[in-house]
Design a protein around this ligand. Structure first.
Ligand SMILES: [Zn+2]
Length: 217
């Protein structure tokens, strides 16, 4: 395993992909988790990726990518929904800390996507501010529905995929900082879809060059 910190979007994706492969096969190396590493990063941090993922307890970033302290700048909300402070946190990771890659990390069987689907199909709305989360998933889902395609005809995997893709698109369109970093080749934004059962993170969306084309699952 290389100990060199990735500095390009393609190197960053390769490091995450390699770590995820170790996790999938049960051959984790737990890098950056030693006492020496803790001391090394105590005064400064240079994470090589911003991970913006769902809060789901089964999708823990450092574990599924086999990384450790100082490697990943992690932002998580239920259903990876965006708001201004979330975008600000992501911009901080790219602009101030210099991370060359932003990852939108979704997963199958996401409760937030299911709740948004329920809200649209039978009007079930959650209480309190959980509703604000659901409200921010709905725009991803309604884009799939039309006169000839009711929501009931769209499977859950397609809804989850669209939500990841839509989140990637929104990030680069809302954030001038990110759009400029992508245009300059300093950063890329990718969408990964994590499979809860086998632990693999699939590249399904990309804005900018990461050395690999996204593919449908
Ligand atoms: Zn989720």
């Amino acid at each position: 395993m290389t100990t060199t910190t990735p500095t390009t979007p393609a190197q960053a994706w390769a490091a995450l992909r390699d770590g995820n492969a170790r996790f999938v096969s049960g051959e984790m190396q737990h890098p950056s988790q030693s006492i020496d590493r803790r001391a090394e990063v105590s005064s400064e941090q240079h994470p090589f990726a911003v991970i913006f993922g769902c809060s789901d307890s089964r999708v823990a970033a450092e574990i599924i990518f086999d990384r450790g302290l100082g490697d990943l700048f992690v932002v998580r909300t239920a259903g990876h929904v965006l708001d201004t402070t979330v975008i600000g946190s992501i911009e901080y990771g790219v602009e101030v800390l210099g991370a060359p890659l932003v990852v939108v990390l979704g997963h199958d069987s996401c409760g937030a996507v299911a709740a948004a689907t329920a809200a649209l199909t039978d009007g079930q709305l959650p209480n309190g501010f959980v509703r604000a989360v659901v409200d921010r998933v709905i725009p991803s889902i309604v884009s799939l529905v039309g006169p000839d395609r009711p929501l009931s005809a769209v499977d859950a995997a397609t809804l989850g995929h669209e939500h990841v893709k839509h989140t990637v698109d929104m990030l680069q369109s809302y954030s001038v900082t990110l759009a400029e970093a992508i245009a300059a080749g300093r950063c890329a934004v990718i969408g990964l879809e994590y499979d809860l059962a086998d632990g693999r993170a699939h590249l399904t969306a990309a804005v900018g060059d990461v050395g690999e084309e996204p593919h449908a699952r």
